[in-house]
Design a binder for this molecule. Structure first.
Ligand SMILES: *Cc1c(COP(=O)(O)O)cnc(C)c1O
Length: 342
């Protein structure tokens, strides 16, 4: 129970926290990785922590179907499909995206878990939000006419309830770093729909945990990331009646590593992925963790992250993204030289 809300406990936690010895030596920092990529359903990832709260709320309301939205390759949708299967519910993903020409990566995993995916096509008239809303309304009405009870989860699971998964993770991490004798720890995480970052930020502040948080934004926002965070925090504060005071300046989020667009292929990001793979044998994804790690490397280079610092990066998952066509073709071009036909 956190901030008065209950969850279902299905996660294999605490997730491992281990030192990346070879990269630490290279960079002159103490770098640890929090392995939220190896959580236990649907190939793992950060959304499973949020979903412990959503599934509880959905089951309490008698829901039989989880409906959520995102891009065609949403990791959040894939993990929603996994817990829906686990708890005997249907799952539906609604995305505004063209058909990618193949059923690969998350789309393939969604299908394996029996989740319907609706790919809504742009009509040149309505905004993406309007298109999503219209389809969600239509599908919900259709399902409810068949006797299903629909529970809606917003994009990325990032609403007031969705912060609690990473509020809990902040407590878990503080416990782990304490038992490892680490002090003055900087936590680095990817910022997408921001529920992960906000959960950690509110958890750290509200529980007065000895952790500092740095977010790496991977998508352009209408407002700045810090202003978006302030707005999100105000909703969280009102929802839980928190005493905390936080504003845009309370949030450390860099927007220097967006590289123009969400989920675009980026050479520097692939280089960071190769570096992690070749030094530590750990795979990062091209949309989220690869960008954040690329940012971490640059912040070390620029002295923003100082020599000798204790740094924990959260591996939030997303590995299926490597197999999406627009990333895969770039990898293939660069990795062809590793194939030897003899
Ligand atoms: C969704 C996601 C994130 C970002 O989490 P938010 O809570 O949306 O900010 C990071 N990494 C991966 C792999 C994700 O799927």
């Amino acid at each position: 129970m956190t901030l008065g809300k209950e969850k279902i406990n299905y996660l294999n936690i605490p997730t491992p926290l281990h030192r990346l010895d070879r990269i630490s030596e290279d960079l002159g920092i103490n770098l640890y990785l929090k392995r939220d990529d190896i959580t236990n359903f649907g190939t793992g990832g950060n959304k499973l922590r949020k979903l412990e709260y959503f599934v509880k709320d959905a089951l309490d309301q008698g829901a039989t179907c989880l409906v959520t939205v995102g891009g065609a390759q949403t990791n959040h949708g894939r993990l929603t499909a996994s817990v829906a299967a686990k708890y005997g519910m249907k799952a539906v993903i609604v995305a505004v995206d063209p058909y990618p020409g193949e059923i690969s990566a998350n789309l393939l995993l969604d299908g394996i878990m029996g989740c319907d995916v609706y790919l809504v096509q742009e009509d040149g008239v309505h905004t993406e939000d309007e298109l999503l809303q219209a389809q969600v309304d239509r599908i919900t009405a259709e399902m409810e006419a068949k006797g299903e009870k629909v529970y809606y989860i917003p994009m990325g699971g990032s609403n007031e309830l969705g912060i609690l998964g990473y509020y809990d993770c902040a407590l878990e991490l503080a416990e782990q770093t304490k038992s490892m004798g680490l002090d003055d720890v900087r936590v680095v995480t990817t910022v997408g729909s921001m529920g992960t970052y906000m959960g950690l930020a509110v958890g750290i502040a509200n529980e007065e945990l000895p952790l500092r948080l740095t977010g790496v934004s991977i998508l352009p926002n209408e407002l700045s990331a810090k202003e978006t965070a302030e707005e999100y925090f105000d909703r969280v504060k009102a929802f839980y009646n928190l005493e905390l005071e936080m504003n845009a300046d309370s949030f450390d989020i860099t927007e220097d590593y967006i590289y123009g667009a969400y989920n675009n292929p980026v050479k520097e990001v692939r280089d960071a992925i190769y570096y992690m793979g070749r030094k530590e044998g750990i795979i990062m994804d091209p949309c989220y963790t690869g960008k954040a790690f690329c940012g971490l490397l640059d912040m070390v280079k620029k002295g923003i992250i100082k020599k000798g610092e204790n740094v924990v990066m959260i591996h939030t998952g997303g590995i299926p993204g490597i197999y999406t066509k627009h990333h895969r073709v770039e990898f293939e071009r660069e990795l062809e030289k590793y194939i030897h036909i003899v």
